[in-house]
Design a protein around this ligand. Sequence first.
Ligand code: PMT
Length: 399
Amino acid sequence: MSTSNKRLLVVVTGGIAAYKAPEIVRRARSRGAEVRVVMTPAACEFITPLTLQAVSGNPVHTELFDAAAEAAMGHIELARWADEVLVAPASADFLARLAHGLAGDLASTLCLATAAPLTVAPAMNRLMWDNAATRANVALLAARGVRMIGPEAGEQACGEVGPGRMSEPEAIVGALFDALPAGGLVGLRVLITAGPTQEPIDPVRFITNRSSGKMGYAVATAAAAAGARVTLVSGPTALAAPAGVDVRRVTTAAEMYEAVMAEVAAHDIFIASAAVADYRPEAPATQKMKKAGAALTLTLAPTQDILRAVAAREVPPFTVGFAAETEHVLENARSKLTGKSLDMIAANEVGAGMGFDSDENELHVIWQDGDTLLGRASKNSIARRLVELIAARYRAVRG
Ligand code: PMT
């Protein structure tokens, strides 16, 4: 765990996820950071300034024109004081204000007046997150160098399910403090596959697996944070596109194969985290199949192995596979490493509550003359460590 003397300004905006702000402050302080908190008036409807004052150990600022607070530390001074500014949760309204440079309250004024790097952890209803206005604001902020953490997909306070939930405090603080050495992948292009594939049986049914895409999306986010230009070929998932990542959405293994093959020549590194179907129904029915009393036999045909095909190219990229195993994890992963001529493989044990669809993972990463265990942690944190390893191995092997 890295520690720092970072001076972190946490801006809390209005949203139910504000209840997680004290935990962010507590975790940041336990990493050695000095933390000051600013709240919008809406945030004060969800959580009291007193709570954040207690956990931060500093007075909480809420008003732009508060004479007492200005006398203690003026807002410009506060903007200069920060080494880093984190907005968590960042509401749709606040993202819009940031994107348009508004400065009608203390929180937005500070974000506009600071020279420190700005990180936002959005939290909102899934439809607000998907709204074209929010998408445009997020794209504008990302293009200006604002770093996004999350949001995650899942059950929301409003009862709906989808992307828009604020990332967990551990992931947010991890992203702030375990950032990759700047530029580990600068100048490189990284192609990543993620999620499951769906193989049609008929127009309404398909064969798929339990992959959520979380691992691959976390790897894409980490690679982009390390300075790479990232293309993510994604099977069907409920996840929002990571900021700054070019996402190609596909459904079947054959479509994923085509998308990867169309892109691979322009990329330096290929990371195959998708759970691609190994088999597909040989002849999908063109009409919905009718129920009959007798047993039904489906003939399955093998799909093309995308990872094997990439590694077998005349000039392959630095190629990293994943291995999802329920038994003999290391043995099976090693045989995939050599059998598919890979540069590296990340093995995870999968099964009930492990690997697939969970928020945490553990990876044993193996290459020809070495290996390392990335112990159990959030997928975001594991992804950052994996990307660090890939960057180091890439530099060692390809220079
Ligand atoms: O998506 P999550 O819910 O976050 O779960 C993450 C994960 C468990 C899916 C991920 O960590 C993982 O293990 N991904 C690989 C899953 C898999 O299909 O493993 P495999 O051992 O069956 O395949 C070996 C490798 O070949 C993988 O890199 C796979 O992407 C690749 N492959 C497999 C078949 C195929 N037709 N084409 C391929 O490229």
